[in-house]
Ligand binder design. Structure first.
Ligand code: COA
Length: 288
């Protein structure tokens, strides 16, 4: 789909994306680039990075890839150094690297729990910390979160805890770095997004079908939806937005099972109204 934003809203900016080689991270990289930013993507798999960089360049985007793992401090330093060496500055840090898998809590080892905390939560903080000296000159941060922990999600205790920590980081950094340095720190919490690793690893066909039956917006989103939210937050359109994690899920996280049909509720409502109109004044409602 065509972007509703003007083409040059990020002209002259430099964006660094962890997990930028594929999925949501790549889509955000491509849209930031199409709107004028130069792009650095970081990821663990060289072949994925290489093909992502070629794809970005074929869109006319000035892009490089740097191999690395956000769990390793030396890798985070290397990618920030490479960004400064290549482009001279860093304006937009997007923390999109994440790990997740379905597992019942009783089968998850403490090391499995720690692994996801290390990638999502500690990795996000490390990147923010290492990038901070450059972001101080007017940068912004976008942390990719999730909706798992807004209620509770089956079989994802590790990722739920990690994304809750990410949201908390977003707020604390927005407070401290927003107040002292003007760095805006926001998050995006995607719902189920089609054509991503998350969708193939975490969403079963059965769940999908149930969701589609429930309501018009109860469907998978597109990577584009998340990239547009990122453009809003990264550009001046979001210049007064700080410390927010924007949920982009069509309202799915709000959902609860519908216990009564619309017709039933209308009928019941009329009956209840009539009963309370006809009741003698002063009779407690509980006696009606
Ligand atoms: N079920 C239960 N435990 C699992 C698991 C699964 N499906 N996958 C990994 N683990 C556990 C491992 O058993 C290990 O714990 P242990 O040492 O106690 O046995 C721990 O997690 C680390 O696993 P390992 O495979 O060594 O980690 P890794 O660093 O190679 O990979 C992951 C990290 C596990 C997060 C991997 O899924 C990954 O790289 N994911 C990136 C992509 C992704 O998941 N994106 C999700 C987007 S929503």
């Amino acid at each position: 789909m065509e972007s509703p934003f003007k083409g040059a809203i990020l002209k002259g900016k430099v964006g660094l994306l962890t997990g930028g080689g594929s999925g949501i991270g790549y889509e955000i990289a491509a849209e930031l680039g199409k709107h004028g930013a130069s792009i650095v993507i970081m990821g663990r798999r060289k072949h994925v990075l290489d093909s992502a960089v070629s794809a970005l360049r074929s869109l006319g985007i000035d892009a490089i890839g740097v191999e690395g793992d956000v769990r390793k401090k030396e890798d985070t330093v290397r990618v920030v150094d490479a960004t400064i060496k290549q482009f001279g500055k860093l304006d937009i840090l997007v923390n999109a690297a994440a790990g997740n898998f379905l597992v019942p809590a009783e089968d998850l080892s403490p090391n499995g729990f720690r692994t996801v905390m290390d990638i999502d939560a500690v990795g996000t903080f490390t990147m923010c910390h290492v990038a901070f000296p450059y972001l101080k000159k007017g940068g912004i941060i976008i942390n990719i979160s999730a909706t798992l922990h807004l209620t509770a999600t089956w079989y994802q205790i590790h990722a739920s805890a990690a994304k809750a920590a990410v949201d908390s980081l977003t707020r604390s950094l927005a407070l401290e770095w927003g107040t002292d340095y003007g760095i805006r720190v926001n998050g995006i919490a995607p719902g189920p997004i089609d054509d991503t690793t998350g969708a193939s690893k975490l969403i079963t066909e059965e769940v999908n079908l149930k969701k589609q039956q429930d309501s018009a917006l109860y469907r998978m989103g597109e990577k584009w939806d998340i990239a547009m939210a990122a453009l809003y937050l990264a550009s001046d359109a979001g210049k007064y937005v700080n410390g927010v994690t924007l949920v982009v899920d069509g309202g799915i996280w709000l959902s609860s099972p519908r216990h009564m049909s619309k017709d039933e509720v209308k009928q019941l409502s009329k009956t209840v109204e009539k009963r309370s109109r006809d009741a003698p004044v002063g009779v407690p409602k509980s006696n009606l």
